[in-house]
Design a protein around this ligand. Structure first.
Ligand code: X90
Length: 277
């Protein structure tokens, strides 16, 4: 039996050790260029292009064929997607699953709608890898994923919500609240959509607020997956703050790839974490 984990590119995962893995790209589109969010994309270049660009831009989700191609010839696939409430990635993956299982009746695909993105997707992939290593079978893993997702939360700290607002991914009231320069908006993934928690004065106060809000949500030293767009200092600061209070916490930091960088924008930080319930 061969297993494979496939995640869309909003997971910011370019590689994954210990289990067969593939990533499926979303796309970022401007009137001048199309950026395909593969591991080869130069995110730095894209962010700098976008900084000097004031025209229309948008994104698009992977299509069915791209998902099927990524499934390869695995017997059992776990396809991990960004929230179905804000993207068609999940719907594409479900169609891909149906075609794949029809063509190869012995194969199975479990599509995970994370109702989140970024770090949550990383933590889910790690959970699946852990269960595989323990020898859990496919059905057991499928049953564990929704339970694990209940113990996950996603926060984000954004310096701009321009692209989220312009593309209708936040409601206009939120976009308006955030529509001032120099913002530090702390938000949370709630039922698969974007909700605001707090508007902070500056980054240090935002960091404090993130940690206190994590604790309020039930964070007690579990895993944290941080990703950032050109804000390693901010990510490191949060990393240290968490470890000061929870010295045994497993905290990872990575860079946002194209899709998350487009929406989280320069300075944006996304934090997936486990809580206790
Ligand atoms: O299908 C597409 O074109 C992709 C649309 C994605 C829209 C939202 C992306 C958000 C990325 C921003 C902060 C985290 C938000 C959490 C959402 C539940 C990152």
């Amino acid at each position: 039996m061969t297993y494979k984990i496939v995640a869309d590119s909003s997971a910011n995962m370019i590689a994954f050790d210990g289990v067969d893995f593939a990533t499926v790209p979303l796309k970022i589109i401007t009137s001048q260029k199309e950026y395909v969010d593969t591991p080869e994309l130069s995110v730095g270049e894209m962010v700098s292009d976008l900084r000097g660009y004031s025209g229309k831009s948008s994104t698009s989700c992977p299509n069915v064929g791209e998902w099927i191609e990524a499934f390869g010839d695995a017997d059992r696939v776990f396809a991990i997607t960004i929230t179905s409430k804000l993207s068609g990635s999940y719907a594409s993956a479900v169609q891909a699953k149906e075609q794949y299982e029809q063509e190869y009746p012995d194969r199975r695909v479990y599509v995970v709608d994370t109702l989140s993105t970024g770090g949550t997707m990383v933590l889910v992939a790690e959970k699946i890898r852990e269960l595989l290593a323990e020898g859990a079978d496919y059905d057991k893993i499928c049953a564990e994923i929704p339970k694990y997702l209940e113990r996950n939360e996603l926060f984000f700290l954004l310096k701009s919500m321009r692209n989220l607002g312009n593309n209708g991914r936040v409601n206009p009231t939120i976009a308006k609240i955030a529509g001032v320069l120099g913002i530090n908006v702390l938000g949370i993934a709630r039922e698969g959509t974007i909700a605001l928690l707090h508007k902070c004065r500056n980054q240090p106060s935002a960091m404090k607020k993130i940690l206190s809000s994590m604790k309020e949500m039930g964070y007690k030293g579990g895993k944290v997956a941080i990703s950032h767009t050109l804000n390693l200092d901010g990510a490191n600061e949060l990393f240290s703050m968490i470890l000061r209070e929870f010295p045994n916490a497993k905290v990872s930091i990575c860079e946002n790839r194209g899709l998350c960088s487009y929406y989280a924008e320069q300075g944006g930080i996304i934090i997936g974490f486990e809580k206790e319930i």
